[in-house]
Write a protein that binds this ligand. Sequence first.
Ligand SMILES: [Fe+2]
Length: 262
Amino acid sequence: MSAAQLVLPESDLRNFAELGFLVFPSFLPDDLVSQLRLETDKWVDAGLRAQSIACAVDPEANGVPDLLEFEMDAHGELLAYPPLMDVLAQLMGPSFVFHHMHSDRQAPDLPGKAWHHDYEQSPQGERKFAMVHALHYLDGLDKETSALAVLPGSHREVAEKLSRAHLAENVLPGEVAFGELPPGSTVLLHSALFHTRRARPDGVGKNRYFLDVSYCQTGTHWPPVKPYWRHMLRRGRELGLGGDKWAELFSEEHFLEYRPSS
Ligand SMILES: [Fe+2]
């Protein structure tokens, strides 16, 4: 697939600006998805995910993780997947920086996640610069998995991340819910868009392979979410992810110092 094939139509740009999300069904190629699934199994089953969380929660005691998600080949490829980079450049401009990546195999009985947004700013004060989350559903979404719901346009409000948490996972007027997506689908959210993971009511179903990767427009200083963020950016540079085209992808200068969230 060449970059030229991924010029977004004007309507997509308008929709992203106004509604705060875009959906790309079957965006990732099958071989990449298969490899990502294997790596995610390893990430979870070998305790690497648990270790990365422990290092984030208590860096004094646990230091830096033995492995980062994107140090696994397919995860690294996904982080800088050329068609995704091209789309991001059209949404944010060509200068953006990697923020973080999460990889998980979510069990069917995992509780839902109440309405929230993920725009990093403390305190929340304006929406001048874009932050985008790429939500990758390796097996898609279906009746056996939890669903995603978003509240179109809510990214234009200046609100704290949890200001709608009292609404739990409830169906809200005007929401758009995604209960069915084909394998390898990607949903791009403006990170300030309110969204929820709506669990299956019976807790029965199948695992949901879910990877999220976020990126920030440059021009301001962003709060890191990992205490080992410098290590993370250095490893991205050392691995040469994205090649020379995305010069700011792992640049430290776009970040504030790390502060534990209160
Ligand atoms: Fe979220």
